[in-house]
Ligand binder design. Structure first.
Ligand code: KG4
Ligand code: ZN
Length: 334
């Protein structure tokens, strides 16, 4: 059994996170310091505040990850850090910490793509999972269908041409007066509503690409026009109908891609993977078609450093290391 100790560091958005992983799958600690309450009063993440808060939090969070893991900092064998995509100023805080520690401890540094990290959260939740599989990555900034043929080989089958799924959830929630982040709020509200109450147009995009801006406009128009006419709306019905349209679109394309590429494992990843309706819909569809369905435990769905450590571990097996010139790449792609 591989006993390599990887320290993961993640600061791409509004979570300061550090984790210690033994080998590829044994999570020893997973510390997340969220800034959500801080950004809530602004209705979204304020990049400048996020960076400043990361600076204050990063060393205590790393110290706690080491302490909870019950190891000594000098026992860490390598450091995996998110270098993109994300907010430039936020990424730089994690990168500076990781580079300084790697230099001081004379250990290798691994540069991790945050989106790849989200997929790897599944290896921690389901230690038996192995590629090949199809992954649907749905987060605040990205929506993508990815074919993973091996731990280090990804093929992008399609992605959103405009808004990400999480972004659409957050924007609709904001207009409905719900707090940030809107995804979990819509999820909660939708449970009280009728998903067939309002018919919103299904996004029509060829292939495996997605588009959510048309749907977002349709929901906003619906809300505005009701307000102008002084009509009462049932916000639970609107939330449920909007959510169903997003979930059906995501599920439809995912299943079609799984059929076409003959992949019998479907792996959900990213913050929106925490959506109860998406999970239920995909699980049921997978059961009907005989596919295996995987999705991370809630704490591993949203941003964390455990997934970054896990991705970093598999990169290190290919000697895919970075050096001190590593910089943040805010618009990094898969
Ligand atoms: O992956 P993540 O933590 O951060 C990014 O890498 O973007 O994803 C955050 C996104 C937000 O848009 C948030 O509203 C959404 O995930 N989200 C949800 C739920 N929980 C988080 N969306 C729908 N339903 C949820 N239960
Ligand atoms: Zn994320």
């Amino acid at each position: 059994m591989d006993k390599t100790l990887t320290l993961g560091i993640e600061t791409s958005c509004d979570e300061t996170a550090a984790a210690v992983l033994r080998g590829g799958r044994e999570l020893l600690s997973n510390i997340i310091s969220t800034q959500i309450p801080l950004h809530r009063k602004f209705g979204g993440v304020v990049p400048e505040i996020a960076s400043r808060k990361h600076i204050v939090n990063i060393m205590p969070v790393i110290d706690e990850a080491i302490a909870v893991a019950g190891v000594d900092l000098r026992e860490i064998n390598q450091i995996a850090v998110t270098f993109g995509p994300g907010l430039a100023g936020a990424l730089l805080v994690g990168l500076s910490a990781a580079k300084s520690l790697a230099y001081a401890l004379k250990i290798p540094l691994v540069a991790v793509n945050h989106l790849e990290g989200h997929i790897f959260a599944n290896f921690l939740s389901a230690p038996e999972l192995e590629p090949p599989f199809l992954s649907l990555v749905v987060s605040g900034g990205h929506t993508a269908l990815i074919r993973m043929t091996d731990y280090n080989r990804f093929e992008l089958l399609g992605q959103s041409r405009d808004d990400a799924a999480g972004e659409a959830f957050d924007k609709i929630a904001r207009v409905m007066g719900l707090p940030y982040p809107g995804g979990p709020e819509i999820d909660k509200l939708a449970k009280l509503g009728n998903a067939n109450a309002v018919t919103f147009p299904h996004p029509k995009v060829a292939g495996y690409d997605f588009s959510f801006s048309g749907l977002k406009s349709a929901v906003l128009n619906f809300l505005n026009s009701a307000q102008m006419k002084g009509e009462e709306i049932n916000s639970a019905d609107v939330a449920a109908s909007f959510q169903k349209t997003v979930v059906d679109t995501l599920a439809e394309k995912t299943l079609a891609a799984a059929e076409e590429f003959k992949l019998d494992k479907i792996v959900l990843a990213g913050g929106v993977a925490a959506n109860s309706s998406l999970e239920k819909t995909l699980r049921a569809a997978c059961t009907r078609r005989g596919f295996k369905f995987f999705y991370p435990t809630k704490i591993l769905c949203t941003d964390n450093a455990a997934m970054i450590a896990c991705r970093g571990f598999y990169q290190s097996l290919e000697k895919n290391f970075a050096d001190a010139t590593l910089n943040a790449v805010p618009n990094l792609r898969l």
